[in-house]
Write a new protein. Sequence first.
Length: 177
Amino acid sequence: MAQGNIFLVGMMGAGKTTLGRALAQRLQLEFVDTDRVLVERTGVPVATIFEFEGEEGFRRRECAVITELAARDGLVVATGGGAVLSEDNRRVMRDHGTVVYLRARLESLWERTRHDSSRPLLATPDPRAKLAELLDHRDPLYRDAAHIVVDTGAQSAASVVGKVIAALREGVRGDAA
Ligand code: S3P
């Protein structure tokens, strides 16, 4: 099994938080969600951070939290969907553990985000098109950051967690083509 932390990356709606919590429980590791850390520290929702500080301000805070968590050990970290936009974040995560890309198709991402108004980047007239655009742009970055790629989809959380654990144990690339 890998040393260091396990960083989960992937799009909004890929299930990073749900699967991360389940994975941490199975591996008896501590679970941390970077968005949640930011909300606790600032005392306001993610959307409010975007409103007052812009996406740039949010990314700066996100980067600081990822760097701080990377210095720890034995964590399962669910990152925000845009964490991989920063080359520094991608490098820091790869250098301090195993990065797992939870990959999902646009349709399931849309199903899981369409009724949720907490994500500022999807507060647009056409959130589905925005999600598609983000997926197109970010998929190569998730692949670049990841040691392991695991498809999430219609399968149960337990089954995806099982796949992640198997890939971590074997040190293989999971569902990567
Ligand atoms: C974002 C994803 C969100 C949150 C913020 C920005 C993104 O996290 O960090 O709204 O850029 O994709 P989740 O991926 O947990 O929804």
